[in-house]
Design a protein around this ligand. Sequence first.
Ligand SMILES: [Zn+2]
Length: 325
Amino acid sequence: MLLLAALLSLFSSHANASSQLTEQQINHLRMSLYKKVEAITQIPWYVLAACDQYERNVRKIKNDIPKQKGVIGIYIPPDKWAGTANPNLNDQNPVSIQLFGGIGMDGNGDGKAQMDHDEDVLYSFAHFLSKYGNDIENLKIGLWSYYHRDKTVGIILGHMKLFKHFGHLQLNEHAFPLPVRTDYSYRDTWGDARGWGGRRIHEGTDIFAHYGVPVRSTCYGIVEMKGWNRYGGWRIGIRDIQNTYHYFAHLNGFAKDIHVGQIVKPGQIIGSVGSSGYGPPGTSGKFPPHLHYGMYKDNGKTEWSFDPYPHLKLWERLEWQKEKK
Ligand SMILES: [Zn+2]
């Protein structure tokens, strides 16, 4: 605990210290802040962790907000922090901020409400949520009134579920979607033209393999979608903690008991390779069996696809390294 206090004080005196800390140390600091604020506000640590995780992901890919300096990723804009009617948007006085309806508060007891100070930010955010209540239904309302976007609330609820289930923040591990000791082949087909369904570009990588080869989750995540689509056939979508959406299409079928909302781990079997799609439900065999694997990112406003090929190569290599050990 003493070490932690020392680390924390070291950290707060060096705003850019996060770049010198390992991921494990950062997660340790994050967790201690969540637990500390949970003790004061009764908002469970995994709720704070989920919101913070969501915001740190958005912050990495958005250029119109300041980059994260501390260990907390939550960004509260100046007008929200100080209050929209506040003539001083850099106000650090908790009393005047409250007067102008801002949500900024003093979380570390130094008398100032600083919007770039981890403890102040996390405490202010948690205090805002706690006004709605700390049971899940009221938290949902609190989250909606803060973010005003259903998709954001849905993503945060997913993160929440994962953190609560695993009890820690270290959920970044990945797996190659097929067992590496099976017969398969793939190349970088990103952006290739498609033959069917109009002029769409190919948003993913096709991994050719035999019918029935197991398809596995590539990440820790939540099954967000499962079902038929005339292009993708039988498919599954999983969202991970980095807010990346992993898409698996043309499956032969699904693993038993796989359902929407379920928690999955890297390497967990979710279905098998097939050639479903390009027609009404059940259509199959219009092309050679393969797994279509796609990755999508969400920045809090829109979603776009990116090339999974380099990631597949990396995960494949890491798995071979593990196999050889
Ligand atoms: Zn494909």
